[in-house]
Design a protein around this ligand. Structure first.
Ligand SMILES: [Cu+2]
Length: 68
């Protein structure tokens, strides 16, 4: 089963941020799709139910993009 989680990341300002976020989340197993919207500063992640919102927030935090 796939779940979708949206995370608000205020520090996203450009495409470089977007690819940094995608790169960081790519390393996490159970993630199927990552969309980063630079305008709305929203990260949309499609993932299995084993991946928690906390896990996603931790990964983004470690990559330098704290979740609001
Ligand atoms: Cu950037």
């Amino acid at each position: 089963m796939n779940t979708e989680t949206k995370l608000s990341v205020p520090t996203i300002v450009c495409g470089g941020c977007a690819s940094g976020i995608k790169k960081a989340l790519d390393k996490v197993s159970g993630i199927n799709k990552v969309e980063v919207n630079v305008d709305t500063k929203l990260v949309t992640v499609e993932h299995t139910e084993e991946v928690s919102r906390e896990k996603l927030a931790d990964v983004l935090d470690d990559a330098g993009f704290p979740v609001e």
